[in-house]
Write a protein that binds this ligand. Sequence first.
Ligand code: UDP
Ligand code: MG
Length: 315
Amino acid sequence: MKLSVIIPVYNEAVTLNDIRELLFDTLSSMKHAWEIIFVDDGSQDGSYQILKNFAEEHPKQITTIGLRRNFGQTAAIAAGIDHADGEIIILMDADLQNDPADIPLLLGKINEGYDVVSGWRSDRQDKFLTRILPSRIANRIISWVTGVYLHDYGCTLKAYRREVITGFRLYGEMHRFIPAYAAHIGAKITEVKIRHHSRKYGKTKYGLERMGKVILDLITVKFLISYSLKPLYLFGGIGAFFSFSGILILFYLMSRRMVIGISPFSSPLFPTSIMLVILGFQSILMGLIAELLARTYHEAQGKPTYTIREIVKDN
Ligand code: UDP
Ligand code: MG
C-alpha cells in the first residue's frame, strides 16, 4: 500500500522546510511506501523554487508541480490527485496548522476498512468569531443538506482510498465536499480528532467571502448528488407543483363565476394562475433539457450510473 500526501502551496515559503522535515519523520517511521506531492499554486514568494529544490534533492520521495498562475486551493489539490499514484491519498495544508504526526491516526482508520477518514480539529486554534463560528454553522448546514454528518468539512487533513475520489472533477471551492461525493458513491466514512495549531507564519488566504462560495457550491453539490441522474425529478416536481396550483386557482375562479357570477378576469388571481401554469410548463421543459445533458455527461465520459465494489466470479 502506497501513500500519496498532497500539499497545495500558495505563498508559504517560510513553513516549507519544517513541513518537509516533519513529513519525512512521520512517513519514514511507517511501514508503507510513500510520496509527497507539492503543488505550487502560482506563489509569488519563491515557494516554487524551494519546492523545486526539494524535488531535486529527493527525486524518489518528492514531486513538485508548479501551476502557471494562482488557480485556487481546490484546483491545486485536483492537480495533485491527478499526478498521485498511491492507493491512499492524504490531503494536507502547507501552513503547519495541520500536524503531519496525525497521519498514522488517519491511516489506522483506513486499515479498519474505512474509505474516507476525515480530520476533525476538535480543539481548533483560530479566531472564534470569524473562523470557528462560521465554520460550525457551515458544517451543520452541509451535514444536514448532504446527509453526511461530519464535524469538520473545512479541515483539509483527510485520507481517502484512491478509488473513491478519482471519479469526479473538482470545481470552485469543492474539495471540502469530497466526503459527501464519496458517500454518494458508497464510501464508508469516519472521522478522527486531530491536533490543530495556530497559524504561526504567513497569513490565511481567505476571508468571510468564502462562506458565500461554499453555500453556492453546496447547492451544486446537493443537486449533483441527488438529481444528476434524474434532473427531471427535481424540475418536473417543481413544474408539476406550479402548474397544479395554477390550475387549482383557475378552477376556483371558474366556479366562483358559476356560483356567484363574479368574472374571473377582474381578479388578480387570474394572471397569477396563468403565470403559474406557464412557469410550471417551462420548468418541466427545462427538466427535459437537463435530462439530455445528463445523458451527454454520462455517455460522453463512458461513466456508468453505478459504482462497483468488487466482482466475484468463478471462471
Ligand atoms: N492555498 C492554495 N491556493 C490558494 C489559497 C490557499 O494552494 O489560492 C493553500 C495554502 O497555501 C494552504 C492551504 O491552501 O496550504 C489552506 O490555506 P489557508 O491556510 O490560507 O486556509 P485556512 O486554513 O485559513 O482555511
Ligand atoms: Mg490554514
